[in-house]
Design a protein around this ligand. Sequence first.
Ligand SMILES: Cc1cc2nc3c(=O)[nH]c(=O)nc-3n(C[C@H](O)[C@H](O)[C@H](O)COP(=O)(O)OP(=O)(O)OC[C@H]3O[C@@H](n4cnc5c(N)ncnc54)[C@H](O)[C@@H]3O)c2cc1C
Length: 444
Amino acid sequence: MTDAGPARDALHRVVIVGGGFGGLYAARELGRDRRIDLTLVDRRNFHLFQPLLYQVATGALSPGEIAQPLRSILRRQARTSVILGEATGLDVARREVLLSDGGPIPYDSLVVSTGARHAYFGHDAWAPFAPGLKTVEDAIEIRRRILIAFEAAEREADPAVREAWMTFAIVGAGPTGVELAGAIGEIAHDTLRRDFRSIHPEDARIVLVELADRILATFPEGLARKAVRSLERLGVAVRTSTTVVGIDEAGVAARVGDREERIPTRTVLWAAGVQATSFGRELAKAAGVEADRAGRITVADDLTLPDHPEIFVVGDLAVMRWKGGREVPGVAQGAIQSGRQAARNIRARLDGRATEPFRYKDKGNLATIGRGKAIADLGRFRRFSGFPAWVLWLGVHILYLIGFANRLVVLVRWAWSFVTHGRSTRLITGTPLLPEIREPEPPA
Ligand SMILES: Cc1cc2nc3c(=O)[nH]c(=O)nc-3n(C[C@H](O)[C@H](O)[C@H](O)COP(=O)(O)OP(=O)(O)OC[C@H]3O[C@@H](n4cnc5c(N)ncnc54)[C@H](O)[C@@H]3O)c2cc1C
């Protein structure tokens, strides 16, 4: 049902680029305002719940369960249009967003929330051997590599090659690296335990490599130590103070102190480094502001750009200040809250009020390490781990997952997996479909 309001051309035009956490929550806040004509541009037609991507990558969930079409999420907002397109430029003088295949889209206020993706610290040549996890395609590719490794090991006659197939290296021990390592440990020790005949999946070697002297830098040390113990119980070897110096199709070269070592493996996963998406650079150029080394843009307290009060930058793309000058972390809550604040500031201006500074409210940090185990940091006196933290982790993820059907399906799937120890989406798709097997040499 459309509600009669002012003619569309008399409305304040807001364009949002990016329908991730920042953009979507801004759109929901602005969609309620009858003075605003809203356009949301995204190069994908869906909102992706990235915190559960690793579950797609490890066969626990399907992509459709953690993504929802943007059109369907916003269908009740009569004055909101969704455009499937890639923003490639900006004309700040004419106030227009330029799309790769058309446009321009005029705006009175602009919200940019195009996020970030992984970066290889200048070693882009490593990318084909060590995929990162950011998109649905990345998750499916990682799932293919993990499952194919066990298939190849099952048929491989050469023990050294078999061992390389049975070795998994994960680079970067932030929450994503830890969750991936834990999930692979669980696949090897639990899910696949009875599925193979010539290998023992529980012999898999899982190595989590971290440059810093401890894992999970954003968590307190005590919780990080508990996470290490949980990982070790799942067969994960945690290697801190270890610098990756090379990655190729045969494995990882790493430096520990002055010693260099090689980890022969066919499966390397990248969970380190963050780089802003390319539209951030275009925005910085057009608005005459500096981007930091990771391509992110520093915003004023009210999330606008200097000299461009009509442009708001939120989420992972923005460098936003918090208590004591600290940076707001690149997490979903940072994006959600800043997206909402940008929207509230646009509405404040329409009311003739001043914009308000963004005040990040830290709701805590959670990470899960395999079945029934997690760590929770909800402030100095509310730190805990184990099963209660895992239940909290489940609850929070269900709460924030978009779409009633998704919540229900994911809840049922998790309950089913918990009871059966299964992972129901262990499908090998993508190419190459078959593992690369070297036939054993015939006896001389
Ligand atoms: C694997 C993984 C696990 C994570 N786990 C957690 C977790 O457990 N807890 C937590 O709090 N946070 C987690 N995060 C971080 C969290 O997902 C991000 O902080 C959050 O998504 C940032 O929101 P955003 O709106 O800035 O960007 P995003 O959510 O990345 O959204 C950006 C959007 O912009 C679109 N876009 C990009 N460029 C263009 C363009 N040029 N034109 C049009 N559209 C464009 C993209 O398609 C995307 O929809 C995780 C992230 C990853 C990758």
